[in-house]
Design a protein around this ligand. Structure first.
Ligand code: BG6
Length: 493
């Protein structure tokens, strides 16, 4: 059975930062794809907003370039492009001042009196979230069907996150707020839920009786790119671990929710995040490693180090983190979750590896070969899919010789369909009002609550992050972190 496209209700998608990097790379291409798939009603509109003066026509040119750059050529039919561009409008608005708000209001009201969903997507710095929220309220731009979408950074520690969430709550109810973590929109991440809760075979073994440990790797080959201003004040812990990696960990570890509804899922994720064993001054050295890339080579190309990319030689910002997390619950006691993420690693590869316990006793003689522990590999990217490693008899004559083999399901080969970018699903979920794949306020705060003491311990120790050559798998201490427990990192393919 193939999935069916169900049209979403009429909407106006207002993108603050409408001509910025996120809109260009992700939001406009994602909306275009949903449009050509027939999910968007004829009358729905997309309104780009920023301070710069631009006409609707200029904005359509910007959007055209964006989709030409980021949408595969075989999806670019002239009639589709024309229909999509006709949906676009642009208004120049001064977020902090008077200018442009009435214009934007007039445009929204020109849709008529029938109720229509209004989405305000804040693809701008968090320092003006509150200001925009207040303007939307005071100037009467919110209607009964309004929703607010925000992205990280949602604070840079617990206190600032609480403040930001409180500011947002002054203007929008929690059911109207959609906090994006785009990892939750990735196909394999949703499949994690399907795997666990739509099959009977995994749930009975999904606990410390059968699982030895879990690894989560999110490796990137890119370096700083053009984001020095943001990244150097953030680092890998805030940029990746606090959100994407902890969200993945939470989904692997949750108890079965009572239904596939947003609150039921959020409640279970929250319990996991709150059960994380604290890491702080006393154990930060044993449980965490932070690194910073130096010069090296990635994909055969020589690349400079982080400080060269940054143009400063005093940065203590980490571009790599490895850590050993533990969850204090009956299900997970004694099962380490090893997390690692970094920039300038050998390749872009993200995966979750669940390693099962060794067999209790071998009936085979030594010359049958090593019996490897069963592993379930969930590949997030590239080539999304699942792989279950099992031991089999080596085929053919030669007696009982054992070898591991992968039961491999690469989604692109199994389902011959295009795999949508995470944003496509998430942007439509906002219209549907489905918060299941977004982060609730208390989850974000619980994640900071666990991360803050680690960051504080690093800061107090005044230790430089360990250097690692670009193109390597991080500092040697990261290998030592897991080898101390008699285990190894699984190298992504
Ligand atoms: C973003 C981070 O959230 O995720 C970036 O800010 C990172 O630093 C990106 O590069 C990775 O996303 P993806 O989908 O390419 O794995």
């Amino acid at each position: 059975m193939t999935s069916q496209i169900i049209k979403v209700d009429e909407f106006d998608y207002v993108i603050f930062g409408g001509a910025g990097d996120l809109a260009e790379r992700k939001l406009l291409p994602a909306l275009y794809h949903r449009d050509i798939d027939g999910q968007i009603r004829e009358t729905s509109r997309i309104i780009g907003v920023s301070r710069t003066e631009r006409s609707d026509e200029d904005y359509r040119k910007f959007a055209l370039e964006a989709i030409e750059r980021h949408v595969p050529a075989d999806c670019l039919k002239p009639e589709d492009i024309e229909r999509f561009l006709a949906r676009l409008h642009y208004r120049s608005v001064d977020a902090r001042g008077e200018k442009g708000w009435q214009d934007l209001k007039d445009l929204l009201e020109s849709a008529g009196s029938a109720p229509r969903i209004r989405v305000f997507y804040l693809a701008v710095g968090p320092e003006i979230f509150g200001t925009i929220g207040a303007q939307l309220t005071e100037r009467g731009l919110k209607n009964d069907l309004a929703r607010l979408v925000i992205e990280k950074p949602i604070g840079n520690d617990l206190q600032s996150a609480q403040l930001l969430n409180a500011t947002i709550a002054e203007h929008f109810a929690e059911e109207q707020v959609f906090r994006i973590d785009h990892y939750l929109g990735k196909e394999t991440v949703q499949n994690l839920m399907a795997l666990r809760f739509a099959n009977t075979i995994y749930e009975p073994v999904w606990n410390s009786n059968f699982i030895d440990h879990v690894q989560i790797t999110v490796a990137e080959s890119v370096g700083l790119e053009n984001r020095a201003g943001y990244y150097d004040t953030s680092g890998a812990m805030r940029d990746m671990v606090q959100n994407h990696l902890l969200q993945l960990l939470a989904l692997i570890a949750i108890e079965p929710p009572s239904s596939f509804t947003a609150d039921a899922i959020h409640n279970e994720k929250l319990k996991v995040l709150r059960a994380l064993s604290p890491i702080g001054k006393a154990n930060v050295d044993q449980k965490t490693v932070r690194g910073q890339y130096r010069e090296g080579a990635v994909d055969g190309q020589a690349v400079g180090g982080y400080e060269t990319d940054l143009g400063s030689d005093t940065s203590q910002t980490e571009t790599f983190v490895a850590l050993k997390a533990e969850i204090n619950t009956w299900r997970w006691a004694g099962v380490p979750f090893y997390l690692r993420t970094g920039k300038r690693l050998p390749r872009r590869a993200s995966e979750i590896v669940v390693t099962f316990r060794p067999i209790p006793y071998s009936i085979f003689s030594d010359d049958t070969g090593e019996i490897m522990q069963n592993r379930l590999v969930l590949r997030l990217q590239p080539g999304e899919g699942l792989k279950q490693l099992v031991m089999i008899k080596r085929p053919g004559p030669g007696g009982m010789k054992l070898r591991p083999v992968a039961l491999d399901m690469t989604f692109a080969e199994t389902f011959k369909i295009r795999h949508p970018d995470a944003y496509e699903r998430l942007l439509m979920d906002v219209i549907r009002g489905d918060q299941a794949l977004f982060m609730r306020r208390d989850e974000v705060e619980a994640a900071w609550d666990w991360v803050d003491p680690i960051m504080n311990a690093w800061r107090d120790a005044e230790q430089q992050p360990a250097g690692y050559a670009s193109g390597s798998w991080g500092p040697t201490a990261a290998a030592a972190l897991i080898e101390r427990d008699g285990r190894n990192w699984h190298e992504p393919e």
